[in-house]
Write a protein that binds this ligand. Structure first.
Ligand code: HXC
Length: 278
């Protein structure tokens, strides 16, 4: 399947098998392309995971697919991957219930990926206040709610949170004022948590993907711009892959990053330095 990992991620990659044995991840937006592959990487390395999503079918399907990657070959959905659907990150009570179900099933939460996001192209002149509010509520308030609902578990297990950000707000991308504003807030939230929660051993970082091939975000944003035009604007001269994001995620949750907090890891082939967009 495109945009999916397999056993070679562990066998041929730099990571030690069983790296995340005994750990549990809580992932919002886990049925979306990027967060699903981030979760696949964690599960391939022995982590258990709760996939939290709004859409019932998509969430169940993602959990089924990820379960097949568990190093425990007999693993069924529920053994190593839990699907928790019908959760809207704008509603903190729904997230609190999802956290309780995860702890009931797997006993703990060590890693949190706050990845649920909403986006569409809209000129500011046609962006209603409600449209702006919807995106800020999913991307920023949803990230706050996720961190807040997981806080006790993160503190108990000296865990780590990873917010999924973007690079739009570094320079200003037209028709993305809503997302740019929300993601700037996500970076600020992560920085504040890194400082405030560092004393209890909790790390907080952001990952900012660039143009990642095969994602809904890129197909929506690219419009009629050709792949070649986009590629030529990326210093590393290729699109990013979901695997690129997964590798950075593994690093940030691993002990190798034990002294890394309050950072934004930009995984975009250097594109934002050009201050450009497609
Ligand atoms: C203008 C729009 C719009 C559009 C919705 N709205 N789509 N305005 N252009 N294309 C307006 C609606 O008219 C309404 O305003 C308001 O937004 C809320 O719309 P609802 O449909 O009621 O909201 P809701 O059901 O909560 O849906 C939220 C959503 C939706 C964000 C609008 O698109 C969604 O759920 N998306 C989730 C999936 C998604 O977006 N995935 C892409 C993520 S990619 P009015 O005024 O009419 O009431 C991503 C990556 C970014 O984020 C980085 C890429 C590189």
């Amino acid at each position: 399947m495109p945009n999916s990992l397999d056993g070679s991620f562990v066998k041929d990659g730099p990571w030690k098998a069983g790296l995340f044995q005994g750990k549990v991840a809580f992932v919002t937006g886990g049925a979306g392309t990027i967060c699903r592959v981030q979760t696949e990487a964690l599960v391939l390395l022995g982590c258990k995971a709760a996939i939290v999503g709004r859409n019932r079918e998509k969430t169940l399907e993602a959990a089924r697919e990820i379960s097949k990657l568990s190093p425990d070959r007999e693993s069924a959905v529920g053994d190593s991957v839990l699907a928790i659907h019908s959760v809207d990150v704008r509603e903190i009570e729904q997230l609190e219930q999802a956290v309780a179900r995860t702890v009931e099933a797997f006993g703990r939460i060590d890693f949190v990926i706050a990845g649920a996001a909403g986006n569409f192209i809209a000129p500011f002149s046609q962006l209603s206040a409600n449209a702006f509010k919807s995106v800020v509520s999913i991307d920023l308030l949803g990230s706050f709610n996720t961190a807040k609902a997981c806080l006790a578990q993160l503190q108990k297990h000296k865990g780590a949170i990873l917010f999924v950000s973007a690079t739009f707000h570094y320079y200003g991308v037209p028709f993305q004022s809503h997302v740019g504003a929300a993601k700037a807030g996500v970076d600020a939230l992560s920085n504040a948590l890194a400082v405030e929660l560092g004393v209890s051993g909790v790390r907080s970082n952001c990952i900012a993907p660039g143009v990642i091939e095969g994602t809904e975000g890129v197909s929506r944003l690219a419009g009629n711009v050709s792949k070649e035009q986009i590629r030529s604007k990326i210093p590393l001269q290729r699109f990013g892959t979901t695997k690129d994001i997964a590798e950075t995620t593994v690093y940030l949750f691993s002990d190798a990053a034990r002294y890394v907090t309050g950072t934004v890891h930009i995984v975009d082939g250097g594109m934002w330095h050009l201050g450009t967009h497609f």
